[in-house]
Design a binder for this molecule. Structure first.
Ligand SMILES: Nc1ncnc2c1ncn2[C@@H]1O[C@H](COP(=O)(O)OP(=O)(O)OP(=O)(O)O)[C@@H](O)[C@H]1O
Ligand SMILES: [Mg+2]
Length: 251
């Protein structure tokens, strides 16, 4: 089982889009997938077509020790969604408990040991306790970086956060970088790409996810790109990205 946190404290870089569509691509490639919505905005939950937000989700698992099975939703064959839940923001504000506050998710996953090939964690655009829980529970982090200059600054900040929590773990996290919202013809996107490859040798996945109208339209109808535009280049891109992750294909 590979537990991967899709993480970047910068907003709007494509974390949720990547979690939903990469998750579906991994399922199409024959894997069992669990997607956990760690963001109080619950956009992963709605992206998968659950528009009436369940009140109980990962929040109840973490705060009240509810079993995962009691809140998980079988959205598609071999794709289990653990929705956000209405109290998820409370985790961000926990005052007591020291380091234990950051290991709630790790504890829940270790105890329940869900039978999955991949668990993807969709993190909020913040570097607080929810992201800390994802970092502590994951084996790997997938960092989406969009093709604008500011997103490069954001990565430096994220690396500091990662190091801080990594110090509390017994193992280091494997880092992957995925280029997202990429504009093929924009010079800036190409510059960001070459900087990333320089900074993260053997970490930048081969396939960049391009900016595409179809991807932006998917969440409103609660479908993944494979249900919305199955033959599009974006769908192909996500299948390739899944293979990159499976075969560890990087620059
Ligand atoms: N490759 C893409 N092409 C076109 N639109 C995209 C693409 N990736 C994301 N978007 C759109 O950009 C917006 C932000 O994307 P998304 O929600 O995936 O980012 P995020 O990092 O999860 O944001 P947040 O930090 O708020 O959780 C959404 O409206 C989404 O539909
Ligand atoms: Mg998001």
């Amino acid at each position: 089982m590979r537990i991967i946190a899709v993480i970047n404290q910068k907003g709007g870089v494509g974390k949720t889009t990547i979690t939903a569509n990469l998750g579906h691509a991994l399922q199409i490639a024959g894997h069992r997938v669990m997607l956990i919505d760690m963001d109080p905005q619950a956009q992963l939950t709605t992206s998968l077509g659950i528009f009436r937000l369940p009140t109980k989700g990962i929040d109840t698992v973490l705060l009240d020790q509810m079993p995962l099975e009691a809140v998980e939703i079988h959205t598609r064959e071999n794709i289990v969604l653990v929705p956000a839940g209405s109290k998820l923001m409370e985790i961000e504000h926990l005052n007591d408990g020291g380091v234990d506050r950051a290991t709630l998710l790790d504890g829940a996953l270790q105890q329940e040991n869900p039978e999955q090939d991949f668990i993807l964690l969709d993190c909020p655009p913040a570097s607080g306790l929810l992201s800390a829980n994802a970092i502590m529970a994951a084996d790997e982090v997938l960092i989406p970086v969009s093709g604008d200059y500011l997103s490069l600054n954001g990565v430096a900040h994220l690396l500091t956060t990662l190091k801080k929590f990594e110090a509390l773990r017994s193992t280091t996290l494997h880092r992957w970088v995925v280029m997202s919202r990429f504009h093929l013809r924009r010079r800036l996107s190409k510059e960001v790409k070459s900087k990333l490859i320089n900074h993260f040798p053997n970490k930048v996945l081969m396939t960049e996810i391009k900016e595409a109208a179809a991807l932006a339209e998917c969440p409103a109808v609660g479908r993944t790109i494979f249900e919305f535009r199955r033959t599009s280049s974006s769908a192909q891109g996500f299948m390739q990205l899944a293979q990159d992750l499976i075969e560890r294909r990087t620059y």
